[in-house]
Design a binder for this molecule. Structure first.
Ligand SMILES: Cc1cc2nc3c(=O)[nH]c(=O)nc-3n(C[C@H](O)[C@H](O)[C@H](O)COP(=O)(O)OP(=O)(O)OC[C@H]3O[C@@H](n4cnc5c(N)ncnc54)[C@H](O)[C@@H]3O)c2cc1C
Length: 435
C-alpha cells in the first residue's frame, strides 16, 4: 500500500493521520517540534492548544456542538481525547490541555501504521499528502505554498489570553458560579462595581501594548478580538462583551455586579485558571498592573501572559475543492487553519474531512463529500466557493443549509438541523466502515 504523508501534528494533522491509519493506510506524520517551535507553541506534544482550553459548546443545538457530534460519529481522535480529558465548564467542552495532547500523542505514536518524523518540512510533499501546518507555518514551507499556481496567501492577527494560578486569587472577592446561570458553578467570577469597571477600562485604554510586526487594527479576527480593542469601541463594550455579568449574583452584595471577569479551569486539578475572553497584546508588566486592578486578581500570579501573532491562511477558494484537495494537484490536500477555517474544532474537522477524502481516494472508493446541511459539508463548501473577500470562518449556522420547514423557535429548528445532519453522518460512517 502506498504511504501517505501528513505535515504538521496539530489538531488537523493528527485527525487526518489517525483517519488514514484507521483506514489501513500507512502514514508518515512530519512534525518539527520540539527542535523548532512556532512563536505560539511551547510543548513537544502533538495537538497543542495554544490559547484557550475550551473547544466551545458541546450542545447539539449549537453549531459548534453539532460539528462535534458529527466528528464523534466519524471516529474523531481529537474528540475522543477531549472526552477523556474534560474539565468542568458548564455546557462547553473544556480540557486539561496536557492530558488532551498526551492522549493524542500516545495514540498516534503507538499506532503500527503511523511513522513519526520530527523535522521541519521546507518543501511541498509529494502526493498523496496533506499539509496541515497551521496559522504559523514556517517561512520556507509558506514560500513553497505560495509558488502553487493561483494560490494567494493572506493573514490576520490573533491573540491569546493569560493564565493565573488558583492559589494567587483572593477568595474574599472571587466567587464560583455557572456561566450565564446555566449548569454547575464551574467558573470563578471577579465582580466589578461601576466605579471599578470605569477605572479598569481607563487603565486598559491607557496601557502600553507590545509592538507586533505588521499589525493593523483592521486585521483582527472578530472572534478573538484583544480585550483592549473591545474596550476602545465604547464605554460599555466590555460590559456587554467578555465582562457581561448575566446570571451572576455577587454573594457579598446579594446583587448582580455591574460587570464581571470570568475564569475557567485550565487543568483537571484546578490549579490554573484562564481569563475568559481576555486575549491581549498589552506588554507583560502592563498585564500584571492592569489586570491586577480586577477584584480578586490583585496578587495574581501569571503562568502565561497574553500574546498576539500573525496568522497565515491561504485564499482557499482560489485553490481548493470541497474535499480540501488542491485543484489541479490530485492527491495533495491542505487542511486546518491554514485553509481559513477558524478555531480548534473547525481545524480538526477539516483534517478529518481531508483524511477521509484522501483515504477513500487511495482506496479507489471515489470522492467523499458531505452534504452542505451538515456542519462538515458546510465548512468544505465555505473554503471552496468563490469569495472575493475571503476571511477566516468558524462554524456557525449562517454557513449550514437550513431546512425549508417553518419552526416555532430557534431551538426547534436547531434540533431538526441536528437530526438531519446526524442521519447523513450515520450513513457516511457506515459507508466508510467507521464503527
Ligand atoms: C495566538 C493564538 C491564539 C489562538 N487562540 C485560539 C483559541 O483561543 N481558540 C481557538 O479555537 N483557536 C485559537 N487559535 C487558533 C488555533 O491555534 C487553531 O485554530 C488551531 O490550532 C489550528 O489547528 P491546525 O492543526 O491547523 O494548526 P496547529 O494546531 O497550529 O498545528 C500545526 C502544527 O504544524 C507544525 N508545523 C508548522 N510548520 C511546520 C513545518 N514546516 N514542518 C513541520 N511541522 C510544522 C507546528 O509545529 C504545529 O504542531 C489561536 C491561534 C493563535 C496563533
Amino acid at each position: 500500500m502506498t504511504r501517505a504523508t501528513v505535515i504538521g501534528a496539530g489538531l488537523a494533522g493528527c485527525e487526518a493521520a489517525w483517519r488514514l491509519a484507521r483506514r489501513g493506510i500507512p502514514v508518515t506524520l512530519v512534525e518539527m517540534k520540539p527542535d523548532r517551535l512556532t512563536p505560539a507553541h511551547t510543548s513537544p506534544l502533538f495537538a497543542e492548544l495554544v490559547c484557550s482550553n475550551s473547544l466551545k459548546s458541546d450542545e447539539i443545538t449549537n453549531a459548534s456542538g453539532l460539528l462535534k457530534a458529527e466528528m464523534r460519529g466519524l471516529g474523531s481522535l481529537i474528540l475522543r481525547a477531549a472526552d477523556a480529558s474534560r474539565v468542568p465548564a458548564g455546557s462547553a467542552l473544556a480540557v486539561d490541555r496536557e492530558r488532551f495532547a498526551s492522549y493524542i500523542t500516545d495514540a498516534l505514536s503507538a499506532h503500527p501504521l503511523v511513522t513519526v518524523e520530527r523535522r521541519e518540512a521546507d518543501a511541498l510533499p509529494d502526493p498523496p499528502a496533506i499539509i496541515a501546518t497551521g496559522p504559523l507555518t514556517t517561512d520556507a514551507l509558506s514560500g513553497a505554498l505560495g509558488a502553487l499556481p493561483g494560490l494567494r496567501k493572506l493573514s490576520f492577527f490573533d491573540a491569546a489570553s493569560p493564565i493565573v494560578t488558583r492559589e494567587s486569587l483572593d477568595d474574599a472577592r472571587v466567587f464560583a458560579a455557572a456561566r450565564y446561570g446555566h449548569g454547575d458553578a464551574d467558573y470563578l467570577n471577579c465582580p466589578l462595581n461601576e466605579r471599578e469597571y470605569d477605572a479598569f477600562r481607563d487603565a486598559l485604554l491607557a496601557a502600553e501594548t507590545a509592538p507586533v510586526h505588521g499589525f493593523e487594527e483592521g486585521m483582527l479576527y472578530e472572534g478573538c478580538m484583544p480585550v483592549e480593542s473591545i474596550a476602545a469601541r465604547g464605554r460599555l463594550a466590555l460590559a456587554y462583551g467578555p465582562m457581561k455579568p448575566v446570571g451572576l449574583t455577587d454573594p457579598r452584595t446579594g446583587r448582580r455586579p455591574f460587570a464581571a471577569v470570568q475564569l475557567r479551569a485550565e487543568n483537571a486539578s484546578g490549579a490554573l485558571w484562564n481569563l475568559v475572553g481576555f486575549q491581549t497584546r498589552l506588554k507583560w508588566d502592563e498585564q500584571r498592573r492592569v489586570f491586577g486592578m480586577i477584584p480578586g486578581l490583585g496578587r495574581a500570579e501569571f503562568v502565561r501572559y497574553g500574546v498576539m501573532h500573525r496568522n497565515a491562511f491561504i485564499d482557499a477558494p482560489s485553490a481548493l475543492n470541497a474535499s480540501f484537495e488542491v485543484r489541479g494537484r490530485p492527491g495533495l490536500y491542505i487542511a486546518g487553519q491554514l485553509t481559513g477555517v477558524e478555531g480548534y474544532m473547525p481545524s480538526a474537522a477539516s483534517g478529518l474531512a481531508a483524511g477521509i477524502a484522501l483515504g477513500e481516494s487511495m482506496l479507489g472508493r471515489g470522492a467523499a463529500v458531505f452534504p452542505t446541511y451538515t456542519a462538515l459539508g458546510a465548512l468544505g463548501r465555505y473554503v471552496s466557493s468563490p469569495n472575493r473577500d475571503y476571511q477566516p470562518m468558524g462554524i456557525q449556522y449562517g454557513i449550514i443549509d437550513m431546512p425549508d420547514e417553518r419552526f416555532r423557535d430557534k431551538r426547534g429548528r436547531a434540533r431538526r438541523v441536528a437530526e438531519r445532519s446526524l442521519e447523513a453522518i450515520r450513513q457516511a460512517a457506515a459507508k466508510l466502515d467507521i464503527q
